[in-house]
Design a binder for this molecule. Structure first.
Ligand code: ADP
Length: 657
């Protein structure tokens, strides 16, 4: 016998389980059955390429409830584990969801984990320690001869030992704690308790879950023969008979693929339970989509939109992703990425196709016409349902958008997608009602008739954007501007031509502003031109002082209160996007912004006066630098030389104080 210590995290988890106050302890069975079902899937899948792993026996799960010893076994003839697997899978925690659970438990007040956390996360195998004082695992990896026993009381160590097992697979033996209904420990050896739990959580598991009950012979004959006769037997006779095995023929679960049952016959609770089974996510989904494709070929899908983003949504190597593929009710593969585009990677569920081959491989899927058609149908369906949700339950939709909006917007980068459909889903904060998100449709409705574009300002910080000087003229004229704050926004808006119902997206920080009717625009332009002429030499002097940093200095039509702001040329990349691309290793040519000045601002008036008196007054160049510096700071940018700027400010303060 070999002793091993648990990895520290595992021990922490075990302690939480052992001392758990979580009332709903029956979920341990769901977790064990779910693991068994996964192991059976794996065996089936690996057997496709390795016929040695095939078995004549029916693949399934068996519960053996020994009422005389209070030992409950959960066995499967799935893939099994060898010694190394046992050490790795049951001695350490690799599963990210479980690690996240631990983090959350750590953060909990006073170190006491909220019992409900267990229910929300479903902590897998270790949940057995909520109901058992000792857990033994006897497992034999399919294709190998040796079996191994793993045993632990959950305290610090586990032991490994050689064991005997006729067939490949895994048996989990639980030495159950005494029944204590108040603490959630039911009689887990009772046939009816087990039947109920299996029905509740695991009815749709696609392998039969069978039950054997071991009980005192007397108990069963008593049940059969009736009390009168039983009472005639003497006590010794009972003991001699010893325990008997009673096998219940019918599986406890119906194994019915939930997506083939009429929707009206399945309760929302059952649908949610199925979601939990396939995702291990313990929050209810935001949306469930049942849909079928009919025509030259047929398929059904049962999809879910989770309510919370998985922590690895943006990782390249995601653990759990996408939907499962079935062919005629037979499970083919997990995570079939071909069925949905990347920007819908958070959608989970099942697709069951009628006409694919059972031997379909991933390579074949990529080219398969049916898969492409299914994918198109699903995208359409999902976007329609999301749009409907936005209308029916805006606050639910907003919470969805907060979790997955940035991912959905990745779809706008794909020219093959129907981008209008995705734009229909977009929400963004705007100047219209600053606490609220708006859809593009609502923006369009509020827009004056002669407005020809959807205006936006992009940057990483909403607060900075809200105070941006670029907004001044727009606010004054009551023209709504969207605030786009996700990194992906900068990419799709600059990837033009992108338009929402023929309205192009226009950055208020790029190019010239053209607000109001054509007539008004004309007038404004003329006025500016006149001012430029008047101030031409002053502008030149300002430019000379900062020529290394700006491309041009000009008068602004977009400022009302501020003295200066920076703008980019139409088509220029924004500073954030530049930084992103540089980080991604792309070489981006240096680009200088344009400094716009507000001719109506008192500073400009004062500069004008000074310039008239003495065109070489050093105050002019100092002011130029200050105007540039504040424009950079106002958009949340970084100064090239902050200490030089501070010196200028200090000088100014000393002069005025
Ligand atoms: P999860 O199942 O979510 O990965 P668990 O803690 O429940 O987390 O299980 C850890 C790992 O142990 C599983 O990923 C699997 O590799 C292995 N395992 C658990 N139960 C079985 C089983 N019945 N057969 C084979 N492997 C199993």
């Amino acid at each position: 016998m070999e002793k091993h210590s648990f990895q520290a995290e595992t021990q922490k988890l075990l302690d939480l389980m052992i001392h758990s106050l979580y009332a709903n302890k029956e979920v341990f069975l769901r977790e064990l059955i779910s693991n068994a079902s996964d192991a059976l899937d794996r065996r089936r899948f690996e057997a496709l390429s390795n016929p040695e792993l095939q078995t004549e026996d029916e693949l399934g799960i068996r519960l053996v409830a020994d009422r005389t010893t209070r030992i409950l076994e959960v066995s499967d003839n799935g893939i099994g584990m060898n010694r190394e697997d046992l050490v790795e899978h049951l001695g350490t925690i690799a599963r990210s969801g479980t690690l996240e659970f631990l983090n959350r438990a750590d953060q909990a007040e006073g170190g006491e984990a909220n019992p409900d956390l267990i229910g929300q996360f479903g902590v897998g195998f270790y949940a057995s320690f909520m109901v058992a004082d000792e857990v033994e695992v006897i497992s034999r990896r399919a294709g190998e001869d040796k079996a191994t026993r793993w045993v632990s009381q959950g305290t610090g160590e586990y032991a490994l030992d050689d064991a005997e097992r006729d067939h490949a697979g895994t048996t989990i033996r639980l030495k159950l704690k005494p029944v204590d209904e108040e603490a959630g420990i039911q009689d887990f050896c009772d046939e009816w308790v087990l039947r109920r739990i299996v029905k509740k959580y695991s009815d749709f598991v696609r392998y039969p879950i069978r039950l054997t009950v071991i009980e005192e012979a007397a108990a069963s004959s008593e049940a059969e023969a009736g009390e009168a006769e039983a009472s005639n037997k003497d006590e010794a006779g009972k003991a001699e008979a010893g325990p008997v095995r009673r096998e219940i023929e019918e599986p406890l679960n119906s194994m019915k693929a939930i997506w083939t049952r009429p929707e009206s016959e399945v309760s929302e609770e059952e649908f949610n339970e199925f979601y939990r089974h396939i995702t291990h996510d313990f929050h209810d989904p935001v949306l469930r989509i049942s849909t079928s494709i009919e025509g030259t070929f047929e398929a059904r899908a049962l999809l879910y939109v989770p309510s919370k983003a998985p922590f690895d949504l943006y990782h390249r190597e995601r653990l759990h992703n996408g939907v499962q593929l079935y062919v005629r009710r037979v499970f083919i593969m997990d995570e079939c990425r071909e069925l949905l585009p990347e920007w819908l990677r958070f959608v989970r569920g099942v697709v069951d196709a009628e006409d694919l081959s059972l031997n379909v491989s991933r390579e074949m899927l990529q080219q398969d016409r049916q898969i492409r058609t299914i994918r198109k149908h699903l995208v359409k369906k999902i976007t329609e349902r999301l749009k409907a949700l936005a209308e029916e339950d805006p606050s639910k939709y907003e919470s969805f958008w907060a979790e997955f909006g940035p991912v959905v917007k990745e779809g706008l980068l794909d020219f093959q997608e129907k981008r209008e459909r995705i734009l229909d889903l977009v929400l963004a904060p705007s100047t219209a009602d600053e606490g609220k998100l708006t859809s593009l449709a609502a923006y369009k409705e509020r827009m004056p008739e002669d407005q020809k574009a959807i205006y936006y300002i992009a940057g990483p910080k909403l607060d900075v954007l809200k105070r941006s000087p670029h907004l001044e003229a727009f606010r004054e004229k009551g023209i709504e501007v969207l605030f786009l704050t996700d990194p992906v926004d900068e990419v799709w808006v600059s990837q033009g031509p992108i338009a929402y119902q023929d309205l192009p997206f226009k950055s208020i920080g790029h190019g010239e502003v053209e607000l109001g009717s054509e007539e008004e625009q004309e007038k404004a332009k003329e006025a500016l031109a006149r001012e430029e002429e008047n101030l031409g030499d002053l502008l030149k002097a300002i430019r000379a002082a900062i020529q290394d940093e700006v491309k041009e200095v000009r008068l602004s039509a977009r400022l009302t209160d501020s003295a200066s702001c920076l703008v980019l040329e139409e088509g220029d990349l924004s500073p954030q996007l530049e930084a992103m691309l540089r980080q991604a290793g792309q070489s981006i040519p240096e680009r200088k912004p344009i400094l716009e000045l507000n001719p109506e601002h008192p500073i400009m008036k004062a500069l004008e006066k000074r310039f008239e008196e003495n065109p070489t007054d050093p105050k002019i160049s100092e002011s130029a630098k200050l105007l540039l510096g504040q424009a950079i700071l106002a958009e949340g940018g970084q100064l090239d030389d902050p200490s030089a700027f501070a010196e200028l400010v200090n000088k100014l303060m000393t002069e005025t104080l």
